[in-house]
Design a protein around this ligand. Sequence first.
Ligand code: PRP
Length: 216
Amino acid sequence: GEAKLLTHALARHTLTDLRSVETEQVAFRKGLVKLGRICGYEIIDGIMETAYETVQTPLTETTGERVVGMDDVVIINVLRAATPFVEGLLKAFPRARQGVISASRDEEGGMDEEGAFDIEVDYVKLPEITPEDTVIIADPMLATGSTMATVLEYVREMGDPARLLVLSAVSAPEGIVRLDEQFPDVDVLTVAIDDHLDDDGYIVPGLGDAGDRAFR
Ligand code: PRP
């Protein structure tokens, strides 16, 4: 599906903090939480619908507005770098159901000729997905797309939601193209599309290894 840029100025500002090599562990983790919250608000503002309803103020009756579907949101945390990112997302979607999946690249095996990594899946706990759901799969980095393609296979088995969204902070063009080819009905939301992948499959300029920077 389409790749959409999340263009909130504070998202770009916070991503710049995350990119900086000067940002140490605590600030990096807090930055991911903040970015998750902003991205959550952006998803609500740009993608979800609102409906009018009558509300009684202390003075009079008037027309108010509410976001539709806030009770039908599923957030999938792709361990481990997504954990602080999801913490922020949950501030925007406090009643979301959550899934967890541990999927990581076999770095020792390296990238194959097609630019893909083997993915090790260690733990999967996903909720049932209903046709009303908005499903957000969160991972701060979309590089080759190997991790996300694997995660999407598992998520697909849980049901067919109204919307299936991949949310990343930084994406490489290679990963976006791959997901578009393999999953044309999935939309990728990202704060930045970077230049390229290096020979080790790192996003350039990127922000380094988000998992290591947040957890080490
Ligand atoms: C990083 C990142 C993504 C994945 C992206 O995780 O958080 O999950 O790589 O790369 P891909 O698009 O080429 O698959 P990593 O495998 O380093 O695991 P970690 O989050 O546990 O550090």
